[in-house]
Design a binder for this molecule. Structure first.
Ligand code: NAD
Length: 796
């Protein structure tokens, strides 16, 4: 729920303001985007509305061109109304939330608040997106009654893609306003971290500390002598350190070196009593790069420079760029392929080479610094870990890393190194539970610093996690190597795929069949979901490749028929089936989601029938569903023209289109118009469960098998002619053309007259035949092999 926030205003239409407005629009909220009237209005344009709104207008246009896109769909920009701060302050009266994202300057923000205050409604929330200015000082410019409704809502860049929203109340903020802002943030899909009114709040304080610590350390004589340069430092501080250094210099280039310097200077200037203040002094190297306009990715060069396809790296001595090297360290080689980030980081710091020593030095300082800040920036260590994971993409937060490497041994080593480990760690944690997170997945707990006691981590009932549910063995009803059946409670069963990248193999197919039987016998509804990184990245290509090479057509045939059978079983189950796709939902993964009665997708769902990329066509009912979805609204309409409908479906499949959002997946009919979209990934499984149970309790009836109508062979020929036109014009290879023709043939129902009734099985047979025949083609095998080796499609 949007917490009664039906309309909002964003003041300042720069990088952040325009992206916040896009996010609000994506949540269905009417949003005013206001900026100053440009100072350089040409003569005669002083009263021209377009000229006066130019800044906000151009910001929306820019946002529409930005990649990755701030809007889920370009059309959503229609919910954003542009304006300016002289003519349109009257619009604020109708806004439930007003958030400013103007230049980071206390006096200018205070002036703005004085200007806005008389125009706000009595119940509106007023927020600042400041990165680190004092909230108390900003509040001074507000009437006391409005100061109660004022707080910081600190979104991270890029707003749509970064999960973190830091919320910081001011000295006068009403707790009910804080709660309302947090619930609104959750509705937007954000992870909330409450922070105190301290410089740069939580994530930037620790993130920038870690970043600068790496930079200082890199430039030290010891590190230079060990031969660790920028690219080596990035390798160490990336995956091997569980991301807890965040691939430092790449991150700095992405954030922008000017922004980094700004945040660092703000820390240095205001944290006068911080014993680690010197770390925030920007190294001369970075100051020089900023002076020369080498700001990182936005200016084309920073620590790295892209020249054509080559990435060059800065030589810190000469400030010239040179080809990036791939430095080798035994410690890195030993950990980089470990799945579990905890194991990776523990094994890395236990090793003894230059990379391992560099990692330990950075980590030990960052962990101790984070421990010292508990109480100052946030009351609990859970918030600090979350802020670093959600705001800086660290795989593990500092206290999770500390637990992974062993608190006792790490403290002893830190003390030997002369680091000042806070007493609450030395005495509280070590003489108490021995870990920062002593609990289990089912009953997670944390070490509460003020009380020095273990406490449960509060859980929102909407935060359903399969990992936690599965820790009760009674809830896991069946399990094989590929998938599990889990009792979600309240009458809902879940089938969870858990192969690598959640690809579909024989085990998964078997479990899908078992899921339907179990759900029909003992449950009201079935949900298809998982806790992984992606919903599903297709079928197990390796197995198909190996069988095709050995010409084991029967084996491939059995798998395809098995998949079709399992997905048809889901489609016609006696209980409602809801799939919860998110992130990559490709090939067989898309077909699995499309077999359900309904989807409850996460807003970030990148869905597509991508089989053509590997020289195949969808054969798990993907073509059948595309026909159904493109033609069902005209079934029974006399003389309806199916050609444009099937033409569009063919294009989506033949171009292996992948949606850039769940909303776009609806436009491509990969999702259905009535499917649900959760902005929050954290709440998605809960939403999916509610949807499935809601369908069951509203008198669910399974779909009736119903004949579709073939667009027919003439339509296939017309679509084929268009495809060959594209091949002739050089937009597609001849093999792409051949594959696209196969797709058109299947989607048109085969070589039959237009209007011929075709059953599900007819379409499935056509898919099957086309798939098997393609498995025998050399170019298809070359495509599959290339994908398996390089994880990229080959266009042969
Ligand atoms: P920006 O420079 O891209 O945009 C600033 C906007 O403020 C511009 O549209 C400008 O026209 C407008 N502006 C300037 N002076 C103004 C005034 N007197 N009155 C009204 N509007 C005025 O800046 P940004 O990066 O979008 O940052 C905006 C705010 O968000 C800052 O407080 C910043 O600290 C914070 N922030 C930035 C990031 C980031 O990564 N860029 C992340 C989180 C928070």
């Amino acid at each position: 729920m949007s917490e009664g926030i039906k309309s909002a205003a964003v003041i300042g239409s720069g990088v952040m303001g325009s992206a916040i407005a896009a996010q609000f629009a994506g949540a269905g909220i009417r949003t005013h985007l206001l900026d100053v009237v440009p100072r350089d209005l040409p003569a005669g344009a002083e009263t021209d509305a377009r000229a006066r709104n130019r800044l906000a207008q151009e910001a929306v246009a820019r946002a529409l061109k930005t990649k990755p896109a701030p809007f889920y769909l370009p059309e959503m920009a229609e919910l954003v109304t542009v304006g300016n701060l002289e003519d349109h302050l009257g619009r604020l009266a109708s806004c439930d939330l007003v958030i400013e994202a103007i230049i980071e300057n206390l006096e200018i923000k205070q002036q703005l608040f004085r200007k806005l205050a008389p125009h706000l409604s009595d119940s509106a929330v007023l927020a600042s997106n400041t990165s680190g200015l004092s909230i108390a000082r900003m509040s001074e410019s507000l009437p006391p009654e409005l100061a109660k409704r004022f707080l910081v809502m600190h979104f991270f860049n890029p707003v749509r893609y970064m999960h973190l929203l830091e919320i910081a109340p001011g000295p006068h903020t009403d707790p009910a306003v804080v709660a309302r802002a947090a619930r609104f943030g959750e509705f937007l899909g954000k992870g909330i971290v409450y922070t105190k009114d301290t410089t740069n709040f939580v994530a930037n304080r620790i993130g920038v500390y870690a970043l600068l610590q790496t930079a200082h350390s890199l430039l030290s004589a010891e590190t230079q002598a060990a031969g660790i340069g920028i690219e080596a430092a990035d390798i160490v501080t990336g995956k091997p350190m569980a991301g807890s250094g965040g691939a430092t210099f790449k991150t700095a280039d992405l954030v922008g070196l000017d922004t980094l310097v700004h945040v660092a200077n703000n820390c240095y200037d205001t944290l006068t009593r911080d014993p680690e203040r010197a770390v925030f002094r920007v190294p001369p190297l970075i100051t020089e790069l900023v002076k020369q306009g080498r700001l990182g990715r936005k200016s084309g060069a920073g620590f790295y420079k892209k020249v054509g396809d080559d990435i060059l790296v800065l030589d810190v001595q000469s400030l010239e760029y040179k080809p990036a090297q791939k430095p080798r360290f035994d410690s890195i080689g030993a950990v980089r392929n470990l799945e579990d980030p905890r194991q990776r980081v523990a094994k890395l710091v236990a090793a003894d080479d230059a990379a391992a020593r560099f990692a330990w030095k950075l980590l030990s300082h960052t962990l101790v610094y984070s421990a010292r800040l508990v109480g100052e920036i946030s009351d609990d260590l859970v918030s600090i870990d979350r802020a670093m994971r959600w705001g800086f993409n660290w795989e593990l937060g500092p206290f999770e890393v500390w637990d992974a490497i062993g608190v006792k041994a790490a403290v002893e080593r830190m003390q030997r190194d002369g680091l000042d480990v806070p007493a609450w760690v030395r005495e509280g944690v070590l003489s108490g539970p021995g870990r920062f997170y002593p609990g289990s997945a089912a009953a997670p707990t944390f070490f509460d610093v003020p009380s020095r006691k273990e406490k449960p981590i509060p859980r929102d009932p909407r935060e359903l996690r399969l990992e936690a549910i599965k820790s009760d063995p009674k809830r896991v009803l069946r399990k094989n190597l590929g998938a599990s059946l889990i009792d979600l409670g309240d009458g809902a069963l879940c089938v969870e795929v858990h192969t690598k990248m959640n690809t579909i193999d024989g085990d998964v197919i078997e479990m899908l069949g078992a899921a339907v039987s179990e759900a029909e016998r003992n449950f009201e509804a079935l949900v298809i979901a998982n806790d992984g990184q992606h919903f599903g990245a297709g079928a197990n290509l390796f197995m198909i490749f190996a069988a095709a090479q050995q010409k084991k057509w029967d084996q491939i045939g059995t798998v395809i028929r098995g998949l079709q059978g399992a997905l048809q079983g889901l489609r016609y189950a006696r209980v409602p089936v809801v799939a919860a796709p998110f992130q990559y939902t490709l090939g067989g993964g898309a077909e699995l989601a499309m077999a359900a009665d309904a989807c409850q997708a996460h807003a970030e769902t990148y869905m597509g029938l991508v089989e053509l990329g590997v020289g195949l066509i969808p054969a798990g009912g993907g073509c059948l569903r595309m026909v159904e979805r493109h033609t069902r609204h005209v079934l029974g309409v006399e003389g309806a023209d199916l050609l444009p409908l099937i033409g569009q479906a063919s294009l989506t499949v033949a171009m292996a289109k992948v949606s850039t959002s769940a909303d776009e997946a609806k436009q491509l009919r990969l999702l259905q118009p009535e499917d649900g979209i959760s902005l929050s990934r954290t709440h998605q499984l809960y939403h999916a469960k509610q949807r499935a149970l809601g369908m069951a309790r509203a008198g669910y009836r399974p779909p009736r098998p119903r004949a579709l109508v073939a667009a027919g062979k003439d339509a296939a020929a017309t679509i084929g002619a268009r495809i060959w036109g594209l091949v002739e014009a050089g937009y597609a290879s001849a093999y792409d053309g051949l594959l696209a023709n196969q797709v058109a043939n299947v989607l048109c129902g085969g070589q039959v007259a237009a209007g011929t009734p075709r059953s599900d099985q007819d379409f499935l047979d056509l898919e099957f035949e086309a798939f098997l025949s393609l498995c025998g083609q050399e170019k298809t095998l070359a495509r599959i092999e290339h994908m398996l080796k390089n994880n990229k499609p080959l266009r042969n």
